[in-house]
Every structure is written in structure tokens, then in C-alpha cells.
Design a protein around this ligand. Sequence first.
Ligand code: GDP
Length: 198
Amino acid sequence: MKNPYTKAQFVTSAPRLSRCPPDQGVEIAFAGRSNAGKSSALNTLTQQKTLARTSKTPGRTQLINFFRLDDQRRLVDLPGYGFAKVPEAVKREWQRNLTQYLNRRQSLAGLIVLMDARHPLTEHDEQMLNLAEAAGLKIHILLTKADKLKKSQAERTLQAVSEALAAGELDASVQLFSATKRQGLEELIRVLNDWTGQ
Ligand code: GDP
């Protein structure tokens, strides 16, 4: 399968909506708890080790990082959430910036939410999903590190998360993903293509 996301190139980092690049074309954002496997997933998707490392450089972890695909399309790496060491005031400030970005960014087509398949749907994940839904965004969930589960366990988790979302009336698609095994990469590419009109 052709992968148009290997072209991704770092453009800029923004602390809040007003500093984001021009709000035109279409972009897709990636969000997840710290350590959920977001950098690894982005590296696998873009086939670039350096890309997500950019987002992890000191000073950039609390920023919205933009990666250009072409003149009209971007990928966006949002800061990892649920990181206990961040002071309360910083968390609140970031929450406000994130909510503004999700609610007001016209070019934002959808959100990819990454969760460790071994402990999905934490309180912070639920908050993120609710924010995205309130903002009217499309949502696709990656259950990451699926290689750490037995196949049957992984399938059960996928089923359980789908059911939990349906029970909460949250309209989101969900899949298993493993960066190390490149499992689920085609499914992810199909979703991104669909959302960006490729
Ligand atoms: P981030 O904080 O969300 O960007 O998470 P990272 O991508 O840095 O991954 C956190 C940890 O999980 C690292 O030790 C990775 O090596 C590991 N990890 C990430 N993805 C996978 C995966 O698909 N399989 C396995 N086994 N480990 C993974």
C-alpha cells in the first residue's frame, strides 16, 4: 500500500492556537497519554526516526508540533497527557490551550487517540475523547503495543473497547496497532487517507 505520510516534514511548534500555522487545508492530530507509544507510532507511520524525536526534544513536549505533508495537509503531534510531574497550573493552562485548539481549529479533521492496549480508557483518555467529541471531531483509536498481548487477549481488548465506546455513545473507530510489528499500519493509513481526502 502506498504511504503518503513518509513525506512528513517538521514545520513548527506552537504553544497555543494563536501561534499555529495558517488555518487552511486539512490536518489530523495525534494524542495520547505519555508513554502510550505515540512517538513510535508516528515513526512507523512516517518511516522517520527523527520526526517524533523532534516532538520529544526538551522544550517541545508541551507544544503542538506540526508536520507538513504537502501544501494542504498536515499531521499534528499533541503533547502527551497524564504526566503526573507537571504542576497543576501548567496542566490547567495546557487544558485551556488544548480545548481551544480542538474547538476552533477549522482545518482539524480528526483526532487519532493512542492508548496502551494493556490499559485502555483511563480517566485521562476519557477526558480527551469527550473533548474531541464535544468539538465535533472524527475520532479513531489505536490500541498500541498490541504485540505485548496474546492474539486472543488483543482481540478481546478490541471488542471490549468497542463495546465500552458504544455503551458511552461515543462515535469512534478503533483498531489494534503495534509499532514494532508494523501491525495495523495499513488500517491507520486508510483512515488518514479517508479523512484527508486522498
Ligand atoms: P510516547 O511517550 O507516547 O511517545 O511513547 P513512545 O513511543 O516513546 O513509547 C513508550 C515506550 O513504549 C517505549 O519504551 C517504546 O519502545 C515502547 N513501545 C512503543 N510502541 C511499542 C510497540 O508497538 N510495541 C512494544 N513492544 N513497545 C512499544
